[in-house]
Design a protein around this ligand. Structure first.
Ligand code: DGJ
Length: 726
């Protein structure tokens, strides 16, 4: 090829994506759907059997001619039929399918066999709906797709019973994702427990099926509905292929990660089929939660950054124009349930001197709530503790220049409460059987309409009558004895789905009526963090474990999946969890890596603590835009044995960057290596100002090639520097 011809070809190759007409195209000649999501292309073909066959999920493909028509595979001997060996975008259980189905159903005549075929489609800009239907029954699935510029694709499905009789769904998944066939892929998931959420687990995917799920009625601290899979060649923070995804659902969810005997690697996700049975009368539909998927060619770091940006733009309330998270004070660790107007006002006065912007009163303000044994459910202000109602405290807080936030736990009831005495039937239960309390509380059956309306009314009244800027919505136990005796036995398992739908509805109605009220999702810490709740709340409580060292790992795991903007991180007193004491400086440097809060008992602070905290909070305000909305580079993992951890955030406009570094324990004679930064302009010149006031000027090239020299010495040493491009 001549040089000029070659440069022309190259040039058109480079320009082609920009010229590609629409983000979603149907190619009639090959019956192929091509979905372009920024740097990512997703493609599905209709094969000769009319089945939807995934063709590509990976880097951007610009040439329509690269897609050959989908052809089913023949099967393997008499054991693995074509239905099993041919990748299927949304397989029904039927026709010889032995891999995980997207739908399993029993039809009115007892048929338990579903084979979907393409019917029609509709493309509108960045959305696509493909309708598929069983070969003989009018059971339809409408597969919805939306593409986002960050390489993210959203799938969800609406299953409609268009037959003349009832259908029972036994599994209703949002969708399935297929990776290029192969072996040796590696799966990353987030698991945990109370006070130890978002821990990272990695394992090589083996033949068979791995289940990651929640059966607890909420998202759960034990497993988070997010996954990442890197290629057999292995990805790092900065390189390699990473496929990832997350289910946006705060109820029972499930992910199955599967490698078939024929090296197909597939991830199916949606509503957990455990204890699931969903009858659809003729004409009725079930809409699944959204299942988001993304892909990065440049490692886990880029995967997270794309997902963070996507969440800030398309998931979090208010999108890119939303306000920075205020620095808040929360009284929980200081006063627990011993709250009253005088005590909280005293804390508020001290908090205001630090530069706190929001004062949040936690548990204990209502009913007979003096310990966790009583009062939950009675959402009336305790008159002994607050003789002036909440208004007295709120006006004090506002006079100090802060807005006011309040803790609630709407889904719960203590058996020792007025609410339970009046409505014992509202607690989740099976008649005549014991109810298992946890933290002395029972869970309300939020699937009931009367419970939903009551809880909406309670919250609406509180925020209508008081100047409340923020609610911390807590949920301190999981569901047990999941009965719903008021409905027919065959309908009772719908409780799981309806519970979450009603919680969402309450939040949505509340927000619509009180658009200024912000919400934090908390479930004893990070038990309800997912993309479903994050479309409705500004922030999440990451973990009750506020030990700064433990927190580094919790925060790292969290940032693989979710944006630091929503990640609440408090500085609290020591010794705390683990009985460990870390310097205040260290605790600040850890908490400043997300949205900062203070949870200390300020009545016990010395003057020097106030001085340091004022300085830190002022510093945080200077960099929070970059932390909350910038690009995160995980420079050194707290999981590494050296005990040195570092993160860097770069503002989207590239003008500011901030670095946080911590050293767990000094090894004598072993200095911390220079910190090689990322994401800067190598031609740029940066003024580097350290928290301790030292300043230097370095080029982007020096910072990214030679690195920043850290003066970290001793145990629990911490440093931070802000870089301003000159
Ligand atoms: C659990 C939360 O995670 C804590 O922050 C606190 O709000 C308590 N509940 C209050 O009961």
């Amino acid at each position: 090829m001549s040089l000029s011809l070659r440069s022309l070809v190259l040039c058109s190759a480079l320009l082609a994506p920009a010229f590609a007409a629409d983000p979603i195209r149907y190619l009639p000649a090959t019956k192929t759907f091509v979905l372009d999501a920024g740097p990512v292309t997703y493609a599905i073909g209709v094969n000769e059997k009319g089945a939807l066959q995934p063709l590509h999920w990976g880097g951007r493909l610009w040439r329509d001619g690269d897609f050959a028509a989908a052809r089913s595979s023949q099967g393997w001997a008499s054991f693995d039929l074509s239905a099993t060996t041919t990748p299927n975008e949304y397989p029904g259980y039927g026709g010889g399918l032995f891999v995980e189905p997207a739908v399993k159903a029993t039809l009115a005549d007892g048929t338990r066999d579903l084979v979907f075929q393409y019917q029609s489609h509709e493309i509108k800009g960045d959305t696509l709906i493909i309708r598929i239907k069983d070969i003989s029954y009018n059971l339809e699935a409408a597969l919805h797709y939306k593409v986002y510029p960050q390489g993210i694709i959203r799938k969800h499905t609406v299953i409609t019973n268009r037959t003349a009789a009832a259908v029972v769904l036994e599994s209703a998944q949002s969708g399935a994702w297929h990776l290029p066939a192969g072996e040796g892929y590696r799966l990353t998931t987030l698991y945990g427990r109370w006070a130890g959420e978002t821990q990272m687990a990695q394992e090589v995917i083996q033949p068979g099926l791995k289940v990651v799920e929640s059966r607890r009625g909420n998202t759960s601290a034990q497993a988070n509905p997010w996954f990442a899979i890197d290629g057999p060649e292995r990805a790092t923070e900065t390189s390699g292929r990473v496929w990832f995804g997350a289910i946006g659902w705060s109820g029972n969810w499930r992910l199955t990660i599967e490698q078939t005997p024929h090296q197909q690697v597939r991830v199916t996700g949606g509503l957990n089929p455990f204890d699931f049975s969903h009858g659809l009368k003729p004409g009725e539909s079930l809409e699944t939660p959204s299942f988001y998927g993304g892909y990065s060619e440049h490692g886990f770091g880029e995967a997270s950054r794309a997902f963070h940006r996507f969440q800030r733009e398309f998931i979090l309330p208010g999108g890119l124009t939303s306000k920075p998270r205020p620095v808040l004070y929360n009284s929980w660790e200081a006063t627990e349930m011993h709250v009253d107007e005088a005590g909280q006002t005293e804390l508020a006065k001290k908090a205001a001197t630090l530069g706190i912007e929001r004062f949040v009163m936690d548990d204990g303000w209502f009913g007979a709530r003096n310990t966790d044994k009583a009062g939950l459910g009675d959402w009336t202000v305790n008159p002994q503790k607050f003789p002036n109602g909440l208004k007295g405290l709120i006006s004090n807080v506002k006079a100090l220049g802060m807005d006011f936030g309040l803790w609630v736990e709407p889904e719960m009831v203590n058996p020792d409460s007025e609410l339970y005495r009046k409505h014992p039937e509202w607690a989740m239960h099976f008649p005549g059987r014991p109810r298992s309390p946890a933290r002395n509380q029972l869970i309300l059956n939020m699937a009931r309409d009367d419970v939903k309306e009551y809880i909406f009314g309670v919250l609406d009244k509180i925020v209508s009558e008081n100047e409340i800027a923020f609610l911390k919505w807590d949920m301190n136990r999981n569901a047990s004895e999941p009965g719903w005796p008021e409905v027919a036995p065959a309908e009772q398992k719908k409780m799981w789905l309806q519970y979450t739908r009603n919680v969402y509805e309450i939040i949505d109605r509340l927000r619509a009526k009180h658009p200024k009220v912000e919400i934090e999702s908390c479930s004893g810490g990070g038990g309800r963090i997912d993309l479903g709740i994050l479309t409705r709340v500004e922030q999440v409580w990451t973990s009750d474990n506020t030990d700064a060292l433990d927190r580094l790992k919790i925060q790292e795991g969290y940032t693989y999946a979710y944006t630091p903007k929503a990640m609440m991180a408090w500085v609290t007193d020591v010794p705390n969890f683990n009985g460990r004491s870390t310097p205040l400086n260290f605790r600040f440097v850890v908490a400043m890596q997300g949205s900062l809060g203070i949870g200390n008992n300020l009545n016990k602070w010395k003057d020097e603590d106030f001085t340091l905290a004022r300085k830190m909070i002022a510093y945080y305000k200077q960099v929070r835009g970059t932390v909350q909305t910038g690009k995160l580079y995980r420079l050194a993992s707290p999981r590494a044995p050296e005990g040195f951890a570092a993160t860097q955030y770069v503002a989207e406009d590239g003008r500011q960057s901030v670095v946080f570094a911590t050293l767990h324990s000094q090894q004598y004679g072993r200095p911390v290596p220079p910190l090689v930064l990322r994401g800067l302009d190598e031609q740029g010149v940066y003024k580097v100002t350290w928290l301790d006031g030292r300043a230097q000027t370095l080029s982007g090239a020096a910072l990214m090639r030679r690195g920043l020299t850290l003066d970290l010495k001793g145990d629990y040493a911490a440093a931070s520097a802000v870089l301003e491009r000159q």
